[in-house]
Design a protein around this ligand. Structure first.
Ligand SMILES: [Zn+2]
Length: 337
């Protein structure tokens, strides 16, 4: 998606993060945007797009290493939210139009959003199909079934809250985008990413193929969780949390503060991934624990949280009653390390 007025788009990328056994490395720049033509600053320099354009640019990615570790990163840009009870433009209206009033309403925050009052989505009947993760065609078939399941899971609940229906599309990429970079070698690989500008969930075949070699055969739950996590970013996008997170990161006073914000956003997506796994209806608690271990049992990720915390939030999502239980932004610091 081109940046409005020809300027570089504000993007958040996936900071290729250090993962064990690789020694900790300094914070690294996000990868290039998933759309050609974007130029990404070496540091997460973010600029607002033209408000008139309501441009939404962003990306989220799921990073994994071969030690059965998967991490996630995200950055995003989305239209603004508003307090529907304040007399200001309703969140749904802003999301519909994609434009900001002047000045934009700033009543919602990452931790104070009508989204958190929603009850957990009711589980649906969705049989997650088998998948050959080394086959692009199989991935396309898989996402063509799992994607609508996630739509069915989330859309009714979002509609209850007056959020507009706007389903993401799924893409399976044989190769990373031309300007994509996973960062320094040995720091992991990006399995999938969410582009909040185009609202696409993109799966990267080279990465998922590599990771598949390390997983058990019956691993469709892991791949479903991967898509559910990315869909979680779409939900964050729809309700306006992502933009607030983006603001917080861009305004952070230090890298430490920025990473704290990023981790909370990623861990929330992990929580929403847990919501998705329960929502499919076919994964019992034992299956969920297995998926969680395979997905989050690896090393700690500076930008994504510790393995322990990633597992905590995934299970939190699996068992929650209201979305408030996924409010990582109010969580005690030890839970978002
Ligand atoms: Zn993510």
């Amino acid at each position: 998606m081109d940046a409005p007025n020809g300027g570089p788009p504000p993007r958040r990328g996936v900071p290729p993060t250090p993962v064990p056994p690789v020694p900790p490395v300094p914070y690294t720049p996000p990868p290039p945007p998933p759309v050609t033509g974007h130029v990404l600053a070496p540091a997460p320099v973010r600029r607002r797009p033209s408000l008139a354009m309501g441009a939404i640019i962003g990306a989220s990615a799921f990073i994994a290493v071969m030690s059965l570790l998967a991490g996630i990163a995200l950055v995003s840009y989305t239209v603004n939210g508003a307090n529907a009870d304040s007399g200001e433009p309703a969140l749904r209206d802003l999301l519909h139009t994609g434009t900001f009033p002047d000045p934009p309403p700033l009543r919602t925050t990452v931790s104070d959003n009508p989204f958190y009052a929603l009850k957990a989505p009711a589980p649906i009947e969705c049989e997650v199909p088998d998948i050959d993760p080394a086959s692009k065609r199989s991935w396309e078939a898989f996402s063509a079934e799992v994607g609508p399941c996630l739509d069915r899971l989330w859309e009714p609940r979002l509609a209850d809250a007056g959020m507009p229906s706007d389903k993401p599309t799924f893409k399976v990429l044989a190769e990373p985008p031309d300007d994509w970079s996973d960062g320094p070698q040995g720091q992991g690989m990006t399995l999938a990413f969410y582009d909040s500008g185009e609202q696409t969930i993109n799966v990267l075949m080279p990465s998922v193929t590599d990771l598949a070699d390390t997983l058990p055969e019956a691993d469709e739950g892991v791949w479903a969780a991967l898509l559910a996590h990315e869909y979680g970013h779409h939900v964050q996008n729809r309700v306006g949390i992502l933009e607030r997170a983006y603001d917080n990161e861009s305004e952070a006073s230090s890298r430490k503060v920025e990473l704290d914000s990023l981790r909370r956003t990623e861990l929330q997506a992990e929580c929403l991934g847990g919501v998705g796994i329960r929502g499919f209806g076919g994964f019992d608690a034992t299956a969920a624990r297995t998926i969680n271990k395979l997905l989050n049992g690896g090393g700690d990720l500076e930008s994504h949280g510790s393995s322990r915390n990633r597992q905590h939030w995934f299970l939190q999502g699996y068992k929650l009653d209201t979305m408030q239980s996924c409010n990582t932004y109010t969580a005690a610091r030890p839970l978002v390390r």
